[in-house]
Design a binder for this molecule. Structure first.
Ligand code: NDP
Ligand code: GDR
Length: 373
């Protein structure tokens, strides 16, 4: 029997990798996409299947986590074996600007999905994955963080995700649903949204190297994160739904680095050595050496990074470090891609794009490069 999966957030970073993964496993994959005024399916265009062809394995439905009747209709039509709730307003800094919307989508959206499953009588058939987050730990109570570390959320995003975490647990306990939380630490890839810190750095430095931007403006570069690769993490999302009984798992690499280190690696991948000088908001990164020919717009002495306090958050999560021991022990999962390998992949990807833009510019076909962060 072909298994049927429904993914909310299929147009996002994780949704796109998970859809690829499930299609390769022979699943029929349904995804919920939001209506937007321009195309928003770039991350899944390569796996798009023409609905006019017989038996497409990937089907998209218009929908929104803010709309319960829409979710109920889609679930009723699809009758999924597995639901992956990846849809969210997922940007922590933006959640301070749009707290109510973030709560509606990230917290209430999760409840709407669970309640639709229950209303349709699917609670014994449909397995449910909730995209929980290391942001739940916020002001950390112990290091490294495990499945039993207490939560102290530090943003409207994290507070909303805390509701989602507990409502998934509650539906498991109250109705016997197979519902799991994956408590995932930061994971990145060339498909990472351009305003998250890793992609902002790799894309920004690649653009600067090609003369498309002048300088990278950053917030708290002392921040410490446990970064993994999204491809490794979606594999784990699927594994969590294949167990005999539902459980919650931390997914992390167990190694942490600073944002400053990520900047250093990204520059090194471009053949550039940086020196960080100054403190606080006066800190800058200056080029001290250049090797190779990927950086025609750069010279020794250029300042390529400055601090802009607008990127500081009202409440910061300074440090996160996960302990994936349970995932290793119970599921046999280990991450295969290191943070440095991932960084190099992201830089190469963004450098290729920047080179194409630079070439167009050289031939008078200037395309505006968005630098809004
Ligand atoms: P992205 O921001 O890349 O993707 C979010 C997805 O949610 C997009 O498809 C987006 O659609 C969709 N979405 C946003 N608002 C709504 C809405 N109102 N209704 C329906 N769909 C909506 O996130 P990631 O792929 O990185 O993360 C996936 C999930 O995992 C998120 O829930 C995130 O909070 C969580 N998470 C992520 C981690 C990470 O490091 N990446 C770590 C821990 C948890 P559109 O494309 O139209 O914007
Ligand atoms: P995070 O990711 O908040 O951990 O949430 P993000 O990449 O946005 O920030 C990581 C750290 O970098 C610091 N930082 C900056 N961040 C951004 N975006 N832009 C900057 O200019 C900048 N300068 C410094 C931040 O302050 C922070 O400390 C991500 C999201 O994917 C969530 O959905 C997910 O739940 C968590 O990871 C785990």
């Amino acid at each position: 029997m072909t298994k049927i999966a429904l993914i909310t957030g299929i147009t996002g970073q994780d949704g796109s990798y998970l859809a690829e993964f499930l299609l390769a496993k022979g699943y029929e994959v349904h995804g919920i996409k939001r209506r937007a005024s321009s195309f928003n399916t770039q991350r899944i265009d390569h796996i798009y299947q023409d609905p006019h062809q017989p038996n497409p394995k990937l089907k998209l439905h218009y929908g929104d986590l803010a709309d319960s009747s829409n979710l109920t209709r889609i679930l009723s039509e699809v009758q999924p074996d597995e639901v992956y709730n990846l849809g969210a307003q997922s940007h922590v800094a933006v959640s301070f600007e749009a707290p109510e919307y973030t709560a509606d989508v990230d917290a209430m959206g999760t409840l709407r999905l669970l309640e639709a499953i229950r209303f349709l009588g699917l609670e014994k058939k449909t397995r449910f994955y909730q995209a929980s987050t290391s942001e739940l730990y916020g002001l950390v109570q112990e290091t490294p963080q495990t499945e039993t570390t207490p939560f102290h959320p530090r943003s409207p995003y994290a507070v909303a995700k805390m509701y989602a975490y507990w409502i998934a647990v509650n539906y498991r306990e109250a109705y016997g649903m197979y519902a799991c939380n994956g408590i995932l630490f930061n994971h990145e890839s060339p498909r990472r949204g351009e305003t998250f810190v890793t992609r902002k750095i790799t894309r920004g430095l690649a653009n600067i190297a090609q003369g498309l931007e002048q300088c990278l403006y950053m917030g708290n570069i002392d921040s410490l994160r446990d970064w993994g690769h999204a491809k490794d993490y979606v594999r784990m999302q699927w594994m969590m739904l294949q167990q005999d009984a539902p459980e919650d798992f931390v997914i992390a690499t167990g190694v942490q680095y600073s944002v400053r280190e990520f900047i250093t690696w990204s520059a090194a991948e471009l053949g550039v050595t940086l020196e960080f000088t100054g403190t606080g908001t006066e800190e800058i990164a200056t080029i001290t050496d250049i090797k190779g020919d990927d950086t025609p717009a750069l010279s020794v002495g250029d300042v390529v990074m400055r601090i802009d306090p607008q990127y500081f958050r009202p409440a910061e999560v300074e440090t996160l470090l996960g302990d994936p021991a349970k995932a290793k022990r119970v599921l046999g999962w280990t991450p295969e891609i290191t943070a440095q390998e991932m960084c190099a992949e992201m830089v190469r990807h963004d450098l290729n794009t920047a080179k194409r833009h630079a070439l167009l510019k050289e031939h008078g076909m200037d395309m505006p490069v968005s630098v809004e962060n």
